[in-house]
Ligand binder design. Structure first.
Ligand code: SF4
Ligand code: SF4
Length: 79
């Protein structure tokens, strides 16, 4: 693995991968509203925002990719 890859701050779930370095500078938290299956919660919005996949909800995902499209920072990757 290259140094650049090691330094990345990615939250890995089963098939969602979220670049938390991007969430840190996010202002609109569009992922939360984008997902009609209620999968995301952004925590610490006032300090260091962090998108999380709510426990046990990941399997609700239908891979519609609305969230990956609406996250302007392109922080979300879905396998
Ligand atoms: S996933 Fe995208 S929209 Fe959601 S908090 Fe992170 S950067 Fe913002
Ligand atoms: S792909 Fe669709 S269902 Fe899955 S997390 Fe994104 S918006 Fe929600």
């Amino acid at each position: 693995m290259s140094n650049a890859e090691e330094q990345k701050n990615i939250a890995n779930y089963k098939f969602h991968h979220i670049d938390l370095d991007k969430c840190k500078i996010c202002k609109d938290f569009s992922c939360e509203n984008a997902c009609f299956r209620g999968i995301y919660e952004v925590i610490d919005k006032e300090s260091m925002p962090k998108c999380t996949v709510i426990e046990d909800r990941e399997d609700r995902c239908v891979k519609c990719h609305i969230c990956t499209t609406l996250c302007k920072l392109r922080a979300i990757l879905i396998d």
